[in-house]
Design a protein around this ligand. Structure first.
Ligand SMILES: Cc1cc2nc3c(=O)[nH]c(=O)nc-3n(C[C@H](O)[C@H](O)[C@H](O)COP(=O)(O)OP(=O)(O)OC[C@H]3O[C@@H](n4cnc5c(N)ncnc54)[C@H](O)[C@@H]3O)c2cc1C
Length: 546
């Protein structure tokens, strides 16, 4: 068995559910063709819409900004295939439900050029003005190995890691819960930094080791921006291999939502060849401005042009704080405890700065050292992470000059794209003094600050200590059997609802929960022999903290 994102909070095999020959379930025939509103055409919205269409419903998509949401592959002007991945860009192989859709669409992936991987070729780590060149972790000074070993030991000591990982790989729900549920109680209210400093392995080392860990971390690099987060967030990343074995989608990840929009799977009720695009008349509707409960019980969706439509069910996939800032949402649609969770959910900031260059010049050998002119670079300077995307010899290639989070992202927030590039080149100039990166740049830079866009107001959730209860309320909201009638029929999905924010797999899994929720809300049921997430939830759902 291989490692997949199975649990740990709710160990349910979404990939098996999707692949089962019996399908996901069925609806009473009189429900076929009913319209369901889906707010947001990102990964969660499109996946929910696609599966609801397969069940014989008519999903109507509303999108306030760009189709694909945080799966945004921006093509450099004047080219057709030179791409900057502005949102999700590296997809761990353990994202089994997400890869189900990539496979369905025939999208191919290659290893992502992460630090110290073969795909990167070489890596430069520059901390406190000291620069190390490495092809693998073994080329780094012993301190780096000590840091990596200390974190591995801390995971073992604080989270019974090897046994828990084994249980996830074996897809053994009982064993996972035996180990994970006590960890929830132990670590929900403690930070990642606390976990590191409290561990025996790091206590034996000095501050410098903790500092280097913050800058270089594990897997893809610097994790210090997550130091204030609840340790549970980080444990899930480690446990599910989310920072390991990551893949880049050839041609851009936005092909996934676009592909599902035009794909024609076999569907109940609908004729062969039916697509989401066709059911939506070729285009999504615009921004949802209001959500209300009709006196007759249906949910009224008003778009920003004043058009009102009534639905028996609505799936909301936008970031949860937009239910307060962007959509006038009737308060009684949610319980006050859920409102607390939706509004307290904390989103992190992220900024990326890309340039297109004439060719992968960084591979040229340095005349003095013989090493490549530039390498994938991790640094404590402003840029933090610099990634190199080789599109082939003598072809325009791409440099992500900077990918940064939190304070490092805020440092560039008010600045223009050109200023961001200047700042990044200044930082990289100190690491590579003889390399004239600017002379290779073509066209205009492409930059993003997700927190500056009113349709997001942040990049992705980053749960703080004590937020487990909020996650629990939002994630479990698709189980509506015991809710008062005025709260039923509206379903939450997406990155902010999931247990693994910042990873598209979580967005997809929550979309599938919402699909089950809508199906049963409309009187449908799971296919015989293929129980869905809501059928299993009562016995295996996430542990509740009192
Ligand atoms: C910088 C960054 C890096 C990331 N890196 C990775 C990675 O490497 N690997 C990985 O697996 N994941 C990564 N992710 C996470 C991944 O991109 C997300 O989990 C996923 O794309 C979220 O999909 P979603 O459908 O939940 O939300 P979204 O994609 O945000 O979709 C919600 C949609 O709702 C729309 N909307 C907002 N308000 C309204 C309204 N009023 N009416 C109608 N529509 C509205 C928005 O415009 C948006 O399109 C990254 C995300 C970011 C931002």
């Amino acid at each position: 068995m291989t490692l997949t994102a199975f649990g740990p909070d709710f160990p349910f095999a979404y990939d098996d559910w999707l692949r089962h020959p019996a399908g996901l379930g069925s609806l009473p025939p009189e429900r076929h063709g009913s319209s369901i509103a889906i707010i947001g055409a990102g990964a969660a919205g499109i996946v929910a819409a696609y599966e609801l269409m397969r069940l014989g419903l008519r999903p109507i998509l509303y999108e306030a900004g760009r189709f694909g949401g945080r799966l945004r592959s921006e093509v450099f002007e004047g080219t057709t295939d030179v791409i900057a991945e502005l949102g999700g860009m590296r997809f761990p192989a353990s994202s089994a439900a997400f890869f189900h859709y990539l496979d369905r669409l025939g999208l191919e992936t290659v290893p992502f050029p992460n630090p110290l991987t073969e795909a990167a070729g070489s890596t430069v780590i520059d901390l406190e003005g000291e620069t190390h060149f490495a092809r693998t972790a073994d080329d780094l000074p012993p301190l780096y190995r000590e840091v990596a070993d200390a974190y591995a030991a801390a995971l073992e000591e604080g989270a019974d890691f090897a046994a828990l990982r084994r249980a996830v790989i074996d897809r053994d729900p009982a064993r996972i819960k035996d180990i994970w549920d006590p960890l929830v109680r132990m670590w929900d209210e403690r930070t990642f930094y606390d976990f590191v400093t409290a561990s025996a392995s790091f206590r034996g080392l000095g501050f410098r080791h903790r500092e280097v860990f913050g800058q270089v971390g594990f897997g893809t690099g610097g994790w210090d921006s997550d130091f204030p987060n609840s340790m549970l967030e980080i444990l899930r990343v480690n446990l599910l291999g989310l920072d390991d074995d990551q893949r880049l989608v050839i041609g851009g990840v936005q092909q996934m939502p676009k592909g599902l929009w035009h794909d024609a799977p076999a569907c109940a009720h609908w004729p062969e060849g039916t697509t989401l695009a066709a059911l939506n008349g070729g285009a999504t509707r615009g921004r949802v401005a209001a959500l209300d409960r009709e006196p007759e019980g249906q949910i009224r969706v008003t778009d920003r042009w004043g058009r009102r439509d009534r639905y028996d069910a609505v799936v909301v996939t936008c970031q949860s704080h937009l239910l307060t800032t962007s959509i006038r949402t009737e308060e009684r649609l949610f319980d006050q405890k859920l409102w607390m969770a939706l509004d307290r959910t904390r989103y992190m900031q992220a900024a990326k700065t890309f340039v297109m260059v004439d060719r992968p010049f960084w591979k040229d050998p340095d005349p003095v050292t013989g090493r490549p002119l530039m390498s994938m670079t991790l640094t404590d300077r402003l840029t933090r992470g610099t990634y190199l995307f080789d599109n082939g010899p003598d072809r325009p290639s791409v440099i992500c000059l900077s990918y940064a989070w939190m304070t490092d992202a805020l440092k560039v927030l008010p600045h223009s794209a050109e200023k961001r590039v200047d700042l990044a080149l200044q930082a990289l100039g100190a690491i590579y003094p003889g390399v004239d990166i600017a002379s290779h740049i073509k066209g205009e830079p492409i930059c993003i600050s997700w927190e500056a866009d009113e349709n997001f107001l942040g990049a992705f959730k980053g749960a703080l200590p004590g937020h487990y209860r909020y996650n629990h309320r939002m994630y479990g909201h698709f189980m509506q059997g015991n809710m008062p009638p005025e709260q039923r029929g509206i379903f939450l999905a997406g990155d902010g609802i999931s247990w693994t924010p910042a990873w598209v797999e979580g967005a997809v899994q929550t979309a599938l929960n919402a699909v089950w929720g809508v199906m049963t809300h409309l009187g449908g049921q799971s296919a015989p022999g293929n129980p869905g997430p809501g059928d299993i939830y009562p016995e295996r759902g996430p542990v509740a903290l009192t």
